[in-house]
Design a protein around this ligand. Structure first.
Ligand code: FES
Length: 107
């Protein structure tokens, strides 16, 4: 297996309703995860990009959160509609999507 250029982690953490931290699960992360997997399949970019669901990344109230390495870029409040742009511009293009970056006080 070739080392991929980028690895994207999609927070897939769920917590019970009413939990004080909330969770990306309560904010629609499963839809975001499904869209990443679908586009990964469509684009057949398995040698360039790895897509992995993760547990909690940290800023739960700002989810769904998506973390991209090796740059260490955290995207927050990601929606299904944002996934194409993350693929095109960052995962395959190498340039972070500035408008989706978590604020500096978070990350
Ligand atoms: S639950 Fe997603 S960052 Fe904590």
């Amino acid at each position: 297996m070739a080392k991929p250029a980028r690895h994207v982690f999609i927070c897939s953490q769920n917590r019970p309703a009413g939990h004080p931290r909330g969770s990306c699960g309560q904010k629609g992360c499963s839809e975001v995860m499904d869209e990443f997997l679908q586009q990964w399949q469509q684009r057949q970019c398995f040698a360039q990009v790895l897509v992995t669901p993760s547990s909690c990344i940290g800023p739960c109230g700002m989810g769904p959160n998506v973390l991209v390495y090796p740059e260490g870029v955290l995207y927050s409040n990601v929606s299904k509609a944002d996934v194409s742009e993350i693929f095109d511009q960052h995962l395959l293009g190498g340039n972070a999507v500035e408008r989706l970056k978590a604020p500096a006080y978070i990350w």
